[in-house]
Design a protein around this ligand. Structure first.
Ligand code: KG4
Ligand code: ZN
Length: 358
């Protein structure tokens, strides 16, 4: 079994993981040996969002203790690690820089191959952490819904044939403005709920009426493969402006249920269209928002009306940012011999890149 050390510091989670990988019946099977994550959410909460300078300084403080505790729970030493996979892009540059520098140093000192990973590839690969890749049928349509991205991705072939992930994944749609998670977070903040707001909206929505407030329906004028949430957010804030602060508190459950319904209606409408056009064998939903139970229930329902299509989600603990998903990409890359050799110039020169595309 190969052991991959994953490192994720692109935003507000400092995460280190050891993932095991082996080929069973011609499929690369992954198992999470250990995954330790230090979440900075409490540090950023008072500001209602991530403060980049606080994020990078805290990664510096937390990286080594997180690494130590991960290796301890995995019961492995660094000299037993076959490759180090690190989030290289996209993200907050100072935060990424901490992870990339740590990965380069560990790889150099221990002569371990280094694998730079795109954070969004990690979210897609989170699917394979507990579901055997032999159980996922292709072509695969992936809805990636996080705090920074909302994209529809199309993957024709199983990961065994990924030569270079970026070349194998086709982007079929993206958001024109805010991401779905961002819409949850901004609407939650406007109601006085803590950061990050998605899970708080979900919690209060359980006790509210989703039809209590009339919010705009999905626009038919926009390209059906594109997403857009900023109009919805503005309409929601206009709705709040008509209420007193006391009324906002009293009606928080109804407000949460209404905005959650509007965001999920938008995602579901786009997915229904994409399914009818692309006809995937499997629909997967990944990224922080895929933790939303109401979204999961709606998509299970959708799969019942598309009997040739299965719906899959990553395990809940791997929906939000974590290093196991980064190590998962590393496992596929290592299997394809795609890594920066130890002590090579490319490994020494690896740099953090804040943006998503070249
Ligand atoms: O993937 P992720 O951890 O970080 C990014 O790469 O952005 O996603 C974080 C996002 C936040 O916007 C958060 O509010 C949202 O995922 N989120 C949720 C839920 N849990 C996390 N949104 C809706 N319902 C949830 N249960
Ligand atoms: Zn993410």
């Amino acid at each position: 079994m190969k052991k991959i050390l994953g490192i994720e510091t692109s935003c507000d989670e400092c995460s280190v993981s050891v993932v095991g990988s082996e080929i069973i019946d011609q499929h690369l099977e992954l198992s999470v040996v250990a995954c330790e994550t230090f979440s900075q959410i409490d540090l950023h909460k008072p500001y209602g969002g991530v403060v980049p300078e606080i994020a990078s300084r805290n990664h510096l403080e937390e990286f080594l203790p997180t690494l130590e505790s991960c290796l301890k729970s995995a019961k492995v030493n660094l000299n037993e690690i076959d490759a180090i996979a690190v989030t290289q892009r996209p993200g907050l540059v100072g935060a990424l820089f901490v992870g990339v520098t740590a990965a380069k140093t560990l790889a150099y000192a221990n002569k371990i191959p280094l694998i730079p990973v795109h954070h969004l590839e990690g979210h897609v690969a989170s699917l394979f952490l507990e579901i055997s890749s032999s159980k996922i049928q292709f072509p695969l349509l992936v809805l990636l819904v996080s705090g920074g991205h909302t994209q529809l991705l199309w993957i024709e072939n199983p990961p065994e044939t990924w030569e270079q992930f970026a070349l194998k994944v086709w982007r079929k749609g993206t958001t024109l403005d805010d991401a779905a998670g961002e819409a949850f977070d901004k609407c939650a903040k406007a109601m006085g709920l803590p950061y990050p707001g998605g899970k708080y909206i979900e919690e209060s929505a359980k006790l509210g009426n989703p039809n209590a407030f009339d919010l705009p329906k999905v626009s038919k004028k926009v390209d059906p493969n594109s997403f857009s949430f900023s109009g919805l957010k503005t309409a929601f804030i206009q709705c709040l402006n008509k209420l007193t602060p006391e009324e906002i508190i009293q009606r928080r459950n109804d407000l949460s249920a209404s905005i959650q319904r509007a965001i999920l209606d938008h995602l579901e409408t786009r997915l229904e269209h994409a399914i009818s056009v692309f006809r995937p064998k499997t629909l997967a939903v990944v990224g922080g928002v895929s933790a939303n139970q109401e979204l999961r229930t709606r998509l299970e329902r959708l799969s019942k009306s598309n009997i040739d299509m299965k719906v899959v989600f990553p395990p809940l603990q791997y929906c939000t940012d974590n290093a196991a998903m980064i190590a998962a990409v590393g496992a596929y890359r290592l299997h394809q011999n795609q890594y920066l050799p130890p002590l090579s110039e490319a490994a020494l020169k690896l740099n953090a890149i804040p943006y998503s595309d070249s």
